[in-house]
Write a protein that binds this ligand. Structure first.
Ligand SMILES: [Ca+2]
Ligand SMILES: [Ca+2]
Ligand SMILES: [Ca+2]
Length: 352
């Protein structure tokens, strides 16, 4: 099978003017002023190097990354009343589609770009509605969610995710930290944030920060606006199969990771399911090139908070003014590292 990362993607010209649509619930308005330039895919997406021992080029042997991700993989406890469980990126992409959005247009510019897949997330657009710069979906991050690519909310029947213990994947990010150890991030992806402010595409996660000898220094929970740092003693730990597995709870509907699980909650021992090592944004592993996608994972809504959110490598929690993606790179050794001009911890550029 052809490696999608090595595929040369042709220029798929989309007739944007003919494809202007208004989303359900939006006021379509009378017309768009001025021509809209075509949207096209980039010629190539950089292919990861095929080094067997450190393919994501972060200085950590990939086998060691896998071992440590398994060893500290959490017990994730959902509320008994939870309705929306995690799903896989692939399942979600099969049910959504890619769009371009600019709310400076009148009416809002909303252009369908067709079905989504990991290989079909990468597009670029000429300037729209008075903005002078082009944007793309593989590095340009829209701070206000006003001019961006997005993945449309999936239909209600596809928002439930994989209930219970039938194997939804846990996505891991492992890297060297400034404390002479490794940081292990665990991410879950939910199709929908089923609580006010409701929005599509809900990435949630937390970090286990290790020091020398894999001693656990702290856990960092990705909350709504801040990253909450907690002592390991604040958690219960399960030592099944020679691991050290923290028990974390999931807030009902909004899915934020919390330190006190519901006592009667539904346990998921994530190491018994699939753990996917994402690699690094600059060098994704295991075909997970969605890491490079810088658009939204849900439809833009009326408000910032009711619009789709970003993926792990562009996450908004504790985002620094200079664009440093704290939720992806907190405590990283060499946070300025880059490969082929792509910086691991920053978007290439921001749009409105
Ligand atoms: Ca590595
Ligand atoms: Ca890594
Ligand atoms: Ca959420």
């Amino acid at each position: 099978m052809a490696d999608p990362r090595r595929r040369i993607v042709g220029l798929a010209i989309v007739s944007a003017c003919g494809a202007l649509l208004a989303l359900a619930g939006r006021n379509p308005g009378p017309s768009v002023s001025g021509p809209v330039e075509p949207v096209r895919q980039p010629a190539t997406i950089a292919a990861p190097d095929r080094l067997p021992e450190d393919a994501d080029r972060d200085g950590v042997p990939d086998l060691r990354e896998t071992q440590v991700a398994l060893r500290f993989a959490p017990v994730v406890v959902h509320d008994r009343e939870e309705a929306v469980y995690p799903t896989s990126v692939e399942n979600f992409l099969d049910r959504t589609s890619l769009w371009l959005y600019d709310d400076a247009c009148t009416p809002d510019l909303v252009v369908p770009l067709g079905p989504a897949s990991q290989a079909a997330l990468f597009r670029e657009s000429a300037p729209t509605c008075g903005a002078g710069d082009p944007i793309n979906s593989y590095g340009v991050r829209s701070r206000g969610k006003q001019r961006t690519f997005f993945l449309a909310d999936v239909a209600p029947e596809h928002r439930l995710g994989s209930g219970g213990a039938d194997g939804w994947p846990t996505y891991a990010h492992v890297y060297r930290n400034e404390q002479r150890g490794l940081t292990v991030q665990y991410w879950r992806f939910y199709p929908y944030n089923d609580r006010f402010p409701y929005h599509g595409g809900d990435w949630e996660g937390f970090h286990v920060v290790l020091g020398p000898g894999d001693s656990v220094l702290e856990l960092a929970l990705i909350d709504h606006t801040d990253i909450l740092v907690r002592s390991p003693s604040a958690f219960a730990w399960d030592s099944a199969e020679a691991g050290l597995h923290p028990l974390v709870g999931v807030a009902r509907g909004g899915h934020t990771t919390v330190q006190l699980p519901a006592p009667d909650g539904r346990r998921y021992e994530s190491w018994r399911g699939t753990i996917v090592n994402l690699g690094e944004k600059t060098r994704p592993l295991n075909e997970q090139i969605f890491l490079r996608y810088s658009g939204l994972w849900g439809t833009p809504g009326t408000f910032y908070q009711s619009s789709g959110y970003w993926g792990p490598a562009f996450n908004e929690t504790d985002l620094a003014d200079d664009g440093f993606v704290t939720a992806w790179c907190r405590g990283m050794l060499h946070p300025d590292r880059q490969i082929d001009g792509i910086r691991e911890c920053y978007p290439d550029r921001e749009s409105r």
